[in-house]
Design a protein around this ligand. Structure first.
Ligand SMILES: NC(=O)c1ccc[n+]([C@@H]2O[C@H](COP(=O)([O-])OP(=O)(O)OC[C@H]3O[C@@H](n4cnc5c(N)ncnc54)[C@H](O)[C@@H]3O)[C@@H](O)[C@H]2O)c1
Length: 354
């Protein structure tokens, strides 16, 4: 097989292969290694093409494309967000993505990204918390105990040392499922009957609810000084989780300000309200947490570089694990300009005239 012939076959990581890959590596190790890729890419932030994601909004949800490139590789993710889906037995968030070679423009990887998005979102939150959460924090409240929640818990345990969880969801069965799924993983878990109860004694508060409205998951009185808030669920215009007064008391850390101002909690603030770019903290250009009293807020919306890092990480695991299928994705005529001839020859083989 020539190199050109090999390039037309694109590795494809199905949901089944992704699950096998995560299980073969181990969830904690996967999250820790993925977090290192994410941090590495945040540190070379200036190299990347950056644009707010391209969103197509509808009454019930949003479909988004998230492209970026570091000049050598190009990646994009297709992702949706439909909070009403779970009532119909469907996921709120599903995704797939592509990594491509900038030199040839040929795709190098096509992969499921529903599981990978949960992993990369959690890894990003935990990396941010490494710089922003109070020193030695061990207790985290998780409000919203759906698809993302266990990943958040495990990433915080692996990367920041959180080992006590206080869970709350408007649907108590979601909290019970989350607690059951995390049993035996080294957490002390308390299921709470309100958001107020969940935040008691928590040094880190993660909000990861799904509701297509300006919700108030946290009111101002629920947030004491010194806390780190990891606000994950507010990620669309008209979809937020925190009362505005909390934002006014917090130092706000964001991924890419032009996107977060459209989609994040800070859509509630003036367009020039000061925010700190997370990459600058990771690159050592500005401080993360600087006092015990400070309220730090990671206004997470999810940015394309995080998916790019995840695509890179997955691609780097393929050789050693073999957990992929070969996809005949790209037409590959012997003479590159004879695309029609390739069709004619295929027809002749089948006895069909084009
Ligand atoms: N920031 C990011 O990078 C990023 C990435 C992925 C998902 N998200 C967002 O995170 C959110 C959660 O995603 P998911 O896949 O876990 O969704 P999900 O539908 O599986 O779970 C959401 C949970 O929130 C609960 N909930 C809704 N309203 C609540 C309230 N008022 N109080 C307490 N609990 C409440 C629901 O009962 C449900 O169990 C979504 O809004 C999604 O868009 C953000």
């Amino acid at each position: 097989m020539t190199t050109a012939a090999k390039l037309n076959i694109v590795p494809f990581v199905s949901v089944d292969s992704m699950m096998k890959l995560v299980l073969a590596i181990g969830v904690e190790r996967f999250l820790t290694e993925l977090a290192a890729y994410i941090e590495e890419d945040f540190r070379r932030w200036e190299l990347f093409d950056k644009t707010p994601r391209i969103a197509s909004h509808s009454h019930d949800g949003v479909i988004e494309l998230m492209p970026t490139s570091d000049g050598r590789l190009y990646g994009f993710k297709y992702v949706n967000g439909h909070p009403k889906n779970t009532r119909e037995g469907l996921q709120t968030v599903t995704a797939f993505g592509v990594l491509a070679d900038v030199g040839s423009g040929y795709p190098m990887l096509l992969t499921e990204m529903t599981i990978l998005t949960a992993l990369r979102t959690a890894a990003t939150s935990a990396v941010a918390a490494k710089y922003l959460a109070p020193n030695g924090a061990r207790t985290m409240a998780i409000i919203g105990n759906g698809a993302q929640s266990e990943f958040q818990a495990i990433a915080f345990k692996a990367i920041t040392g959180i080992d006590r969880l206080r869970l709350y969801d408007i649907d108590p069965s979601a909290s019970r499922r989350c607690a059951k799924n995390l049993a035996g993983m080294g957490f002390g878990i308390t299921i709470c009957s309100s958001g107020q109860e969940a935040v008691e004694g928590a040094e880190v508060i993660t909000t990861v609810t799904a509701d297509k409205q300006y919700a108030t998951i946290l009111t101002d009185n629920m947030v004491g000084s010194g806390v780190h808030i990891n606000a994950v669920g507010g990620d669309c215009p008209g979809k937020t989780e925190l009362h505005r007064d909390i934002l006014l008391r917090s130092d706000i850390f964001v991924e890419f300000p032009p996107q977060t101002r459209i989609e994040g909690e800070i859509q509630q603030l003036d367009p020039d309200h000061p925010v700190i770019e997370l990459w600058q903290v990771m690159a050592g250009k500005v401080a993360g947490r600087s006092s015990d009293k400070q309220i730090t807020l990671f206004d997470s919306v999810g940015f394309a570089t995080e998916d790019f890092s995840a695509l890179r990480y997955v691609r780097d695991q393929l050789q050693a694990t073999g957990l992929y299928e070969e996809l005949d994705l790209l037409a590959d005529p012997d003479e590159p300009r004879d695309l029609f001839g390739m069709l004619l020859r295929a027809g002749a083989k089948e006895g069909v005239v084009a």
